[in-house]
Design a protein around this ligand. Structure first.
Ligand SMILES: Nc1ncnc2c1ncn2[C@@H]1O[C@H](COP(=O)(O)OP(=O)(O)OP(=O)(O)O)[C@@H](O)[C@H]1O
Length: 330
């Protein structure tokens, strides 16, 4: 399969191009009327929108679990409808809500599924399984021999991710991958997942209902409305800062200002000069950290100002008013 690396893309990440795709189910439901979308190699794109707007349908058309009624889907330069579906699915990792692990197989055997289908030698498969379990934070010696029912929900999700990465896919599709676990585990899994993505740099399309998850994970977010209509396709900061339509404005909610703080870094432009004493008694926040965290630091300490540091050295003063100003929207 052809691979088109984009800037910063890891080894073997492919771009995805949806060209005017449409899906009409046999009963006449127009799940997706016409959608065009491009995901760059190595990019993490989130699909979000109200229930029934066609997110899962779009995702499953990419790996041909569902056949499009019309339009083209390219992986790199290859039209996926011209690739044998089984071969295609071995090149595309797929992670779903309840993971779908095989219950009667050990964790190691689950992760080894696709390498097994590809006929990898035993030693290579075993080394890959160990490497992946370590990558997702599970000790292979401890967890490899367990069965799925002997794991927590969060551990099962990690095994699902490890399994999807096993044959080094060019694309990873994720349908509500973190929704089956409680909010605290979920946040931790999201953070680990971002670290993992920084390492493997796959092209990822992730479906979620959760706007905070979308904002936290997405390089770009595609907001869909009924019939798979693309309302806006933008970075989290742009989406929250300038919703393109009343639909998006309502969808991102009244608290989008707060959400925007979470994706807005503290930069030199918003800093005031340091006081003569260097602000020794004030709370410190890092340059480039999120405005949301800076506000949290200010509120916790009760201070009006924080010292902003770079490599541990103070570079300026940040006031509460300036931080709040970063969340003010049009
Ligand atoms: N096999 C099917 N036959 C007929 N209609 C279907 C079929 N599968 C899905 N649909 C319909 O297609 C539309 C889009 O469904 P889809 O599952 O893609 O939405 P979704 O955005 O992923 O929804 P949710 O957020 O609730 O999971 C819905 O109206 C759904 O009822």
């Amino acid at each position: 399969m052809d691979v088109t690396p984009g800037p910063g893309a890891g080894h073997g990440a492919a771009s995805i191009t949806l060209e005017r795709i449409r899906k009409r189910y046999p009963d006449g439901t127009e799940a997706v009327r016409e959608l065009s979308l491009e995901v760059k190699a190595g990019e993490l794109v989130v699909l979000i929108g109200p229930s029934g707007c066609g997110k899962s349908t779009v995702l499953r058309m990419i790996n041909r679990l569902i056949e499009p009624t019309d339009g083209r889907i390219l992986l790199g330069d290859d039209d996926v409808t011209r690739v044998d579906p089984v071969t295609l699915r071995r090149r595309i990792g797929y992670v779903i809500q309840n993971v779908g692990l095989f219950p009667h197989q050990t964790v190691a055997a689950n992760v080894a599924t696709v390498p097994g289908l590809l006929g990898w030698p035993r030693e290579r498969t075993r080394a890959r399984v160990d490497e992946l379990l370590e990558l997702v934070g599970l000790d292979p010696g401890q967890f490899g021999r367990r069965y799925p029912h002997e794991l927590s929900g969060g551990q099962r999700q990690r095994v699902g991710v490890a399994r999807a990465l096993a044959a080094d896919p060019v694309v990873l599709l994720m349908d509500e991958p973190f929704s089956a676990v409680d909010p605290i585990v979920r946040t931790r899994l999201q953070e680990e997942f971002l670290r993992l993505q920084a390492e493997v740099r796959k092209t990822i399309v992730l479906v979620t209902h959760d706007l905070d998850e979308a904002v936290r994970l997405g390089d770009r977010i595609a907001v869909l409305s009924e019939g798979g209509r693309l309302e806006q396709y933008d970075t989290p900061a742009a989406l929250l800062g300038s919703p393109a339509s009343p639909f998006v404005r309502e969808f991102v909610g009244a608290d989008r200002g707060i959400r925007r703080l979470a994706v807005t870094p503290v930069t030199r432009e918003v800093l005031d000069p340091l006081p003569a004493d260097g602000g020794a008694d004030l709370p410190a926040v890092p340059l480039g950290g999120s405005a949301y965290d800076a506000l949290g630091g200010l509120l916790t300490s009760g201070a009006e100002h924080a010292v902003v540091t770079e490599d541990g050295r103070p570079v300026g003063l940040l006031s509460r008013a300036r931080v709040l100003g970063l969340g003010v929207l049009d």
